[in-house]
Design a protein around this ligand. Structure first.
Ligand SMILES: NC(=O)c1ccc[n+]([C@@H]2O[C@H](COP(=O)([O-])OP(=O)(O)OC[C@H]3O[C@@H](n4cnc5c(N)ncnc54)[C@H](OP(=O)(O)O)[C@@H]3O)[C@@H](O)[C@H]2O)c1
Length: 219
């Protein structure tokens, strides 16, 4: 995730692309190269446009040495099933994670194949069940790229153990959302320990460990 000095998760255009830069892109590429699957909320996919997750050439050998597939899978989390056509119609569509009783399940199965639909939970997606289902498919190493709503839900369910947060040297003001935003407080808050803070090109690159399970939930 990336935030400006004043805590904004996007610039004025409503995208994170307008607040990031080369240093953040390098971290982004490395994190993707470590993952078996990149899990993203449908809001981010609709706002940012998602497609090619190809791992950078110089990161491929390490990935192969770990026994991972050449590139990570993309998994889109959605209640509504509203995932951009260009993704659903791609030669290899993303995995779509949705609630088992949702209106979208049957149509998604017809469109992209039942094996590409991970349907868990009733009403809401059961995110813990979804991660277990991905692990059962051979995808245990999960990177989520947010967005704010999905990250909030994952934190509330105690499913985040590692938060990589870039601080962009910008102040944007405006009504932008923060990088965690699902409408309620985390109670108790998730406590983090600093694993590292790197400084490059005026950008602060942090990695934070969220160790302990929280006992509470969001209100
Ligand atoms: N600064 C950063 O690092 C960063 C990173 C990522 C995104 N962003 C920005 O964040 C904005 C998007 O925010 P957002 O909160 O809408 O993003 P989001 O969390 O990616 O998407 C929210 C949508 O994802 C689905 N979803 C999330 N949690 C779910 C759950 N537990 N169960 C079922 N579906 C779930 C729902 O999709 P449906 O509506 O389809 O049901 C929900 O409306 C964009 O402006 C993007 O640029 C910033």
């Amino acid at each position: 995730m990336i935030a400006t000095l004043d805590g904004a998760g996007t610039g004025a255009d409503g995208r994170s692309g307008s607040i990031n830069g080369p240093a953040d892109h390098r971290v982004f590429d490395v994190l993707r190269s470590l993952a078996d699957v990149v899990v993203v909320g449908a809001g981010t996919v609709r706002a940012e446009g998602y497609g090619d997750l190809s791992v950078r050439r110089d990161l491929r050998a390490a990935r192969a040495a770990r026994g991972q597939h050449a590139d990570p899978e993309l998994a889109v989390v959605t209640r509504s099933g509203s995932v951009p056509d260009e993704l659903l119609d791609a030669a290899v569509p993303p995995l779509v994670v949705t609630a088992a009783d949702g209106d979208a399940v049957a149509a998604l199965r017809r469109r992209i194949g039942a094996d590409r639909v991970v349907a868990v939970g009733t009403g809401d997606v059961d995110l813990g069940g979804a991660l277990a289902a991905l692990a059962a498919r051979g995808l245990p190493r999960v990177l989520t790229e947010g967005g704010p709503r999905l990250l909030g839900d994952l934190l509330a369910a105690d499913l985040v153990d590692d938060l990589c947060l870039t601080t962009a040297p910008l102040v944007v003001g405006g009504p932008a959302r923060r990088v965690v935003d699902r409408g309620g407080w985390l109670a108790p808050p998730a406590a983090a320990r600093c694993a590292h803070l790197l400084h490059g090109d005026g950008v602060l690159l942090g990695r934070w460990l969220l160790d302990g399970p929280r006992s509470g939930a969001l209100d």
